[in-house]
Ligand binder design. Sequence first.
Ligand SMILES: Nc1ncnc2c1ncn2[C@@H]1O[C@H](COP(=O)(O)OP(=O)(O)O)[C@@H](O)[C@H]1O
Ligand SMILES: [Mg+2]
Length: 353
Amino acid sequence: MELDAAGVLKALQNVLEPEIKKDIVNLGLISNTEVNGTKISFTLYVNNPALHNKNRMRDACLFALERNFGKDIETDINILPNPKNPDNIDSRKILPGVKHVIAIASGKGGVGKSTVSVNIATGLAQRGYKVGLLDADIYGPSAPLMMDLLHDKPQPIVVGDKQFIEPITSHGVKVLSIGFFAEVNQAIVWRGPMASKALNQMFTDAYWGELDYMIIDLPPGTGDIHLSLVQAAPLSGAVVVTTPQDVSLADARKGINMFQIESINVPILGLVENMSWFTPAELPENKYFIFGKDGGKQLAQELDIPLLAQLPLIQSIRESGDAGRPAILQEDSISKKALDKMIDNLELAVNKL
Ligand SMILES: Nc1ncnc2c1ncn2[C@@H]1O[C@H](COP(=O)(O)OP(=O)(O)O)[C@@H](O)[C@H]1O
Ligand SMILES: [Mg+2]
């Protein structure tokens, strides 16, 4: 069989839609097929957008393609919920143009979840990706401060005949924060259903457009609000942040468990150990393990998940957060080096999904 678009469609006719039991090509579930040398790309629409089904359908397509064209092909399959399936209307409304939705979570507050979120978002934007940052931390939204947007308010825009909220761009990242919708220090009043509603609006009533990555700074903890948030967002994966301290590790474990329960089933992209050691600016090779040593590293090993980074505690990371300029923007600094390595590892983990 020729390795061209027609050949690819022919090969994919061997893949059946699991419910309807007819082939995915004749059901109209394949579009935008392109072949470039040995590189095959296409869009696959799935009637059931649950992660396990997406993975199963991707594997079935890969199997059919490799059987026909050998193992040397490269594939780029964009999997989207089938817009023609009435069951998918909700999932289609939620962030339809976003490729990877990544939650940044921690069991405990104050471990550096927001610092990690803003630096990942800004670092990915530096690499040329289209990035959104959704600060969903109802207990302590930090994106307005850390992205230098304390005095900004998002404005409505009209697209088609519908009004949306427009995220505000800072350091190349489109940002929305629950903090934009409450007066400073009032965020604590967001509770239960009200919080869920406000958060859902940031998904469905905001005009995010096409994004490569959406980073969500989740509230710390594993309660009801977290569960409903994690269920509402079409998450591709989660990053869990912890310090090397036992109290933080115990909560990180709970956070990881939450993503792994059956009804959630979100892959853990990796663990970030933050504040791994203190390094004074004038003695950068000195390390002081003030919160203990390698706690996060050991947890990652034990649970067999990637360790994305061990980030040092450095005064300039705190200062740059407070100044609204994420530390990853400081060229040639030890902070930037550590943060860039974290993003390299995150990209690797995302590519393995
Ligand atoms: N690696 C680090 N080095 C220095 N300060 C840090 C580091 N990580 C976080 N901080 C600071 O610690 C405080 C808590 O971090 P934050 O990211 O707000 O945590 P969380 O979002 O988990 O509550 C902030 O003032 C932040 O600037
Ligand atoms: Mg925070």
